[in-house]
Ligand binder design. Structure first.
Ligand code: 3PG
Length: 312
């Protein structure tokens, strides 16, 4: 049984060692493809893989086509918008993620970016403090919850909007629940985005919503760049010179944003949210364990494609 770890952006060495140990202890073989730049390299090594572990690597219908023996693919991380689920399902390949495993790393980065923007990217001069400001958590999942917890430590007042989470859960965690997304944006100096990228959310954060933010508002995006309507963001930043945007995914129009808005806009050089040794270990080892459990017991706990359509 061959388990392939294919990562354009590799895991920390210590995580790879842990994955190797889990795979080999189960009697399987580990193959490693790191830092690949040519998709043909992936096509070649995936050909005899029974299982595949990826990060944000795109698992397209073409990858699936080359992976003739593949039975399971695990996205070591939360967002699985990089997996072509219909293509997996059509081939009876189980697709999974590892929810929660890298959440703390992303949450810490979100708060770090907030401080960085409040201090004008450490440009000399007077910045602002987070203490006493309102923060809006847009989607109260694993990351959103942790952002709320850390923000409380900064003395921020925490609001949240998530139509998929019971009000009581948020209220029990001392979070003020907003009934509409507009209410969240209009009340909060900082909004931290934690929605997934899917057909409903793509380009959903645009002019109308962002223009509701109070004076000096800052949007922090550690979710996905696809959820932002980038053209509308430019229009708004031109009109509202008080607003700021920080993102962990370089925008498609990054050069334009920097040229026009300077330090009101910030983007990490590469997606940094899950780039900690701890997050790599948590997510990588969880992925390896899920694969072993799947082969040994048929466990499909974290499956994200439709179970009833996949015949194991
Ligand atoms: C996730 O969805 O888990 C994060 O975006 C992390 O992605 P990465 O593993 O590519 O850094």
């Amino acid at each position: 049984m061959k388990v392939l770890v294919a990562t354009e952006k590799p895991f920390a060495k210590v995580a790879v060692e842990g994955i190797k140990q889990i795979i080999e202890n189960a009697g399987y073989e580990l193959a490693l493809l790191e830092n690949y730049t040519d998709i043909n390299d992936l096509y070649q090594v995936v050909a005899d893989a029974d299982a595949l572990i990826v990060r944000s690597d795109k698992v397209t219908p073409e990858v699936i086509e080359h992976a003739t023996k593949l039975k399971i693919v695990v996205r070591a991380g939360a967002g699985y918008d990089n997996l072509d689920l219909p293509a997996c399902t059509a081939r009876n390949i189980v697709a999974m993620n590892t929810p929660g495993q890298n959440s703390n790393a992303v949450a810490e980065l979100a708060l770090g970016m907030m401080v960085y923007m409040a201090r004008n990217q450490f440009t000399p001069g007077t910045g602002k403090e987070l203490l006493g400001k309102n923060i809006g958590i847009h989607a109260y999942g694993n990351v959103g919850k942790l952002v709320a917890k850390i923000a409380k430590g900064f003395g921020m007042t925490v609001y949240a909007y998530d139509p998929f989470v019971k009000k009581e859960i948020m209220e029990n965690e001392s979070v003020i629940v907003c009934n509409t997304v507009e209410e969240l944006y209009s009340k909060c100096h900082y909004v931290s985005l934690h929605i997934p990228a899917n057909e409903q959310t793509k380009k959903s954060i645009g002019y109308d919503l962002l223009s509701k933010m109070p004076k000096g508002g800052t949007l922090i995006n550690t979710a996905r760049k696809e959820v932002i309507n980038e053209e509308e963001l430019v229009k708004l930043l031109e009109e509202r010179t008080d607003l700021k945007y920080a993102t962990d995914m370089t925008a498609g129009n990054h050069a334009e944003l920097i040229e026009k808005f300077g330090i009101r806009v910030f983007a990490t050089p590469k997606k940094m949210g899950a780039e900690t040794a701890e997050a790599n270990i948590n997510a990588g080892l969880a992925a390896a364990n899920q694969i072993v459990k799947f082969f040994q017991t048929g466990d499909t706990t974290f499956q994200v494609n439709k179970k009833h359509e996949v015949k194991n």
